[in-house]
Each structure stands twice: as structure tokens, then as C-alpha cells.
Design a binder for this molecule. Structure first.
Ligand code: NAP
Length: 471
């Protein structure tokens, strides 16, 4: 019906489409509509609160009577551009709060939109923009964000529209917004630091990072910005006002590391234990949280963190060190048993203590559950790798990163002796270490393989446009 309306309109430009679900108050029109961008169809705008005519507006501005400020916005018309995994997740919460969702995506999600309250899917972004959303929320993959932003017909939006993004990196969307959006558009860059898995039981206490990059000082624009942020406040998010720069400094590395660990562990195909007494259910949640996100998202974190290749190398080096420590100690214990000494002065005491621990551990652990012990061993190995990387708590940790910090905490409270005891006790511990090696290599190969592919396409299929690697 929408496209029929659009095509039957007499004007060569498209009309504003009547939208049945409008919940937000009338748009805030500037007094002088004639300053609207040339491309917009002024004469045909079916604006919900049209100014009667220019002389009326003149007399209004000339009279000294101060109009009451409009009531604060409670419901918004929010366009979600990129209606994939995260876009749909957000839209459920938005619509439950009574906001109207206008969705658009590369794929056709009409039937999903139809199943949601207050949500309509627009195949054509022109139609969406002509419905004049209060807010345009960019929710595409990091890598496609610039291309998608360029494809939005912003000339069809109201002159003042609020643009928001939810990308997991922040300096990049901030700079493309500032570069591409006209100065009359407001901008907030945000990062809800949770996803469809970690936020599936609600958003209470979860961090929401935002920077008000550019908000006009009129009451309407300030109130629209607050109405948008209120969505997250109302859900109980921990609201963190932080610059995009600071966000990236703090979070780029921790996010990439969290996703890498989750993906490496997923590759190992560890099995959870129904009666998890070790508390490693969070480890499996980490796997679930990170692997339910697309590879595209992980790849975006890789591409937009300048330290990611270095970090991958450091993970490898830390893992090699853990294995070296482990083998050195095992060899030391064996030498003590054979010759009564390790032959290495500094290893003498730790090896003696570890041997004693092994004996008591063996007596107590007759009924050791091999699978549970295997998970415990892998968790300790990861904890040791992370400890060698020098993981630090941050003010904006995701649930996943908190799990990593907990692993580091565990290894500092559990002794290296226990690690050796588990290594000795579990039949396939060497196999587990090999699997970890293979999984790390697989994840790294996937990342570099993709990088290689993209660059090859850029260099050989379309020579001369090396600078744009996002398509
Ligand atoms: P994603 O893989 O990062 O993005 C998927 C979205 O990007 C889909 O809407 C997809 O459209 C669109 N897209 C991908 N390639 C495209 C292209 N070449 N052209 C046009 N559109 C393209 O997964 P996501 O989890 O939905 O994340 C969306 C955004 O939210 C990302 O920027 C991510 O960093 C951010 N974020 C995600 C989470 C999370 O936990 N998932 C949390 C915080 C922030 P189609 O589906 O139509 O193909």
C-alpha cells in the first residue's frame, strides 16, 4: 500500500507517507520551512503540524507572547537501519515501551516486523525517510556502516533529525556521522554493552555508554535526546557518559579479547556438566554470548582495534609460556622422583611442594569426573594465559569480560600445584592442550584469511580503490 501511495502521488518528489502507528507528538518544525533542503517536497508535506502560512508565522514571531514549551517527548518514532540480530533485539524493547519502529535492512524482514508490535518494515529507504522518524538508529555491521550511511536519503528526513549509532566501536561512527550529516542533525554515539544473549533476561545494571556528540540547544532537540536515552534508563541500564575516544581506548582490546577467547573455546567443543560445581557455567555463557554474534561483528572488532594483530601474537606467546611452565614443572617432579633432585636450584622447592600436593590430590580424587576436570583444566589454562597478558578491570566491562577477569582471579586463588595435579590426573590433558593450539590457530587463520580476501578483491578486482575495504 505504501508504494502504491508513493507512486500515485502527483508530485515528482515523493510525498510524506501517512503512517498509521504514529505515537510521537508532532514534529518540531522550524519557523522558516523555506530553509528545508531543496530535495525535500515542501509543498506536498503532509506534516502533522503544518504552520498555517508564512505571514502567520511572522505574526507569531512578532508578537511577544512566549508559547509554552511543548510537553516532554514520551514516545518516539525510531527508524532502525540494519534490522539484523541486534536491531531486532533492540526493537522489541523499544516497541514494548510504546515507541514506533520503522525498520529497514538489506534483507527483507517484513514478516519479522509484522510479528512485532508497533513495527513496520520498509523495503525502500526513501519511504522510510519520508515517514519522518524522530530518530535514525544505525545498527548495521561495523564494516558496512559507512556504505549504509551513504545510502540513506537524508534529504527526505526532517531538517533536524537525531542520528544515533550502536556500533561496538565508537570513534569510527562518530567521524563518519560528523563528516556526512548536515549540521542541523543531532548526533549521539552509543554502545549498549550487551547483546541478545547477555541481555536476554533484561538490561538492568548493564552498561550503556554514550556520547552526546552534537545536540542543538532548542528545548525540542534536548528533549528528544533525553527521550531516547530514557529508553535505556527506564530499563535500568548503567548509563555511562563517556567520549568515543575513551570508549575505544578502554573497550576495543577487552572486547576483541573476550570474543577471541569465546571463539577459541567454542572451537574446542567442551561439554558442560549438568552438575557444575566448579562454577564454570559462566564460561559456557561466554561461549554462547560470543558465538551467537556474527563473525562479521567479531571481524569488525578485529579491523577497528589497531592492536588486534599484536594482541593475537601476545595470546600465542602467553600460551607458549604457560605450556613451558607446565612442562618444566612436570619434568622437575619426574627428575626428583628418579634422581632425588630436579637439578635446577630455583625449581627445587616448588617441585617438592607440587609433588607432595600431587600425592594428596591423588588420594582424594579417586572419583574424579574426567569431563569436569577437563573443563576446569582448560579454564585454568585460559586464566593463566590472561594473567600473563596482564588483564585489567575496566569501568565498562561486558559480562563476557567479567568472566575473563574471574578466570584470572581463580588462578590467583588456586595454586599452580592444582593446575599440575589436574594435568597429571586427566588422561587427555595433552590432547586438550593440542586442541587449544589448533583452535587458536583456526580463529587466527579465519581472521587473516578474511583480511587477505578483502584486500585481494580491492587490489585485483577493483584496482585503484584500495582505501575502501568495507564493502
Ligand atoms: P552484525 O553482523 O555486526 O550486523 C548485522 C547487520 O548489518 C544486519 O542488519 C545486516 O543486514 C547488516 N549488514 C551487514 N553487511 C551489510 C552490507 N554489506 N550492507 C548492508 N547491510 C549489511 O550483527 P549484529 O549483532 O546485528 O550487530 C549490529 C550492530 O550492533 C553492529 O555494529 C554491532 O557492533 C552492534 N552491537 C551488537 C551487539 C551484539 O551483541 N550483537 C552489541 C552491541 C552493539 P541484513 O541482516 O539485512 O543482511
Amino acid at each position: 500500500m505504501l508504494s502504491t501511495l508513493a507512486s500515485s502521488h502527483p508530485c515528482t518528489n515523493r510525498p510524506s507517507l501517512p503512517f498509521p502507528l504514529r505515537l510521537s507528538p508532532p514534529p518540531f518544525l522550524p519557523l522558516s520551512r523555506h530553509r528545508l533542503p531543496l530535495h525535500s517536497c515542501h509543498s506536498c508535506h503532509a506534516s502533522p503540524s503544518p504552520l498555517p502560512n508564512s505571514s502567520a508565522s511572522l505574526s507569531l514571531s512578532q508578537s511577544n507572547s512566549k508559547p509554552h514549551p511543548p510537553p516532554p517527548l514520551t514516545t518516539l518514532k525510531i527508524a532502525i537501519i540494519g534490522f539484523g540480530n541486534f536491531g531486532q533485539f533492540l526493537s522489541k524493547y523499544f516497541s514494548q515501551q510504546g515507541h514506533t519502529i520503522l525498520a529497514h535492512s538489506r534483507s527483507d524482514y517484513s514478516s519479522i516486523a509484522n510479528s512485532l508490535d508497533n513495527t513496520i518494515f520498509f523495503k525502500d529507504p526513501h519511504d522510510l525517510c519520508e515517514s519522518h522518524p524522530d530518530v535514525v538508529l544505525l545498527c548495521t555491521s561495523i564494516l558496512s556502516a559507512e556504505k549504509v550511511l551513504r545510502s540513506i536519503p537524508i534529504q527526505r528526513l526532517r531538517r533536524s533529525t537525531l542520528f544515533v549509532d550502536v556500533l561496538s566501536v565508537k570513534e569510527f561512527p562518530r567521524s563518519i556521522f560528523l563528516e556526512r550529516l548536515p549540521p542541523d542533525f543531532d548526533i549521539i554515539c552509543t554502545h549498549p554493552m550487551f547483546g541478545p544473549e547477555s541481555g536476554k533476561y533484561g538490561w538492568n545494571g548493564l552498561p550503556f555508554v554514550y556520547e552526546k556528540v552534537r545536540i542543538g540547544d532548542s528545548h525540542e532537540r534536548v528533549s528528544r535526546c533525553e527521550a531516547f536515552l530514557n529508553i535505556f534508563k527506564k530499563e535500568g541500564c548503567r548509563m555511562i557518559d563517556m567520549s568515543c575516544k575513551e570508549h575505544d581506548e578502554i573497550a576495543a582490546e577487552s572486547q576483541f579479547l573476550t570474543h577471541t577467547v569465546g571463539r577459541v573455546l567454542a572451537e574446542m567443543r567442551l561439554k558442560p556438566n549438568p552438575d557444575d560445581s566448579m562454577g564454570y557455567d559462566t564460561l559456557f555463557q561466554l561461549i554462547e554470548n560470543t558465538c551467537s554474534d556474527s563473525f562479521e561483528l567479531y571481524y569488525g572488532l578485529f579491523m577497528y582495534n589497531k592492536n588486534s594483530t599484536d594482541l593475537l601474537d601476545r595470546i600465542y606467546a602467553a600460551y607458549e609460556e604457560v605450556k613451558k611452565d607446565l612442562r618444566r614443572m612436570v619434568q622437575g617432579i619426574l627428575r626428583r622422583r628418579l634422581f632425588g633432585t630436579t637439578g635446577v636450584g630455583e625449581l627445587e622447592d616448588p617441585a617438592a611442594r607440587c609433588e607432595a600436593f600431587l600425592e594428596s590430590f591423588n588420594k582424594e580424587m579417586v572419583d574424579l569426573n574426567e569431563n569436569a576436570a577437563g573443563v576446569h583444566f582448560v579454564a585454568l589454562t585460559i586464566g593463566m594465559i590472561l594473567a600473563k597478558l596482564g588483564l585489567k578491570p575496566t569501568s565498562i566491562a561486558t559480562k563476557g569480560y567479567e568472566t575473563l577477569l574471574k578466570l584470572v582471579e581463580d588462578i590467583s586463588s588456586e595454586s599452580f600445584d592444582l593446575y599440575i595435579a589436574l594435568f597429571m590426573h586427566i588422561k587427555n590433558s595433552n590432547e586438550l592442550l593440542d586442541q587449544l593450539d589448533i583452535s587458536l590457530a583456526k580463529v587466527r587463520t579465519e581472521l587473516y584469511g578474511r583480511l587477505h580476501d578483502i584486500l585481494r578483491r580491492q587490489l585485483f578486482d577493483q584496482p585503484g580503490i584500495i582505501s575502501n575495504v568495507h564493502n
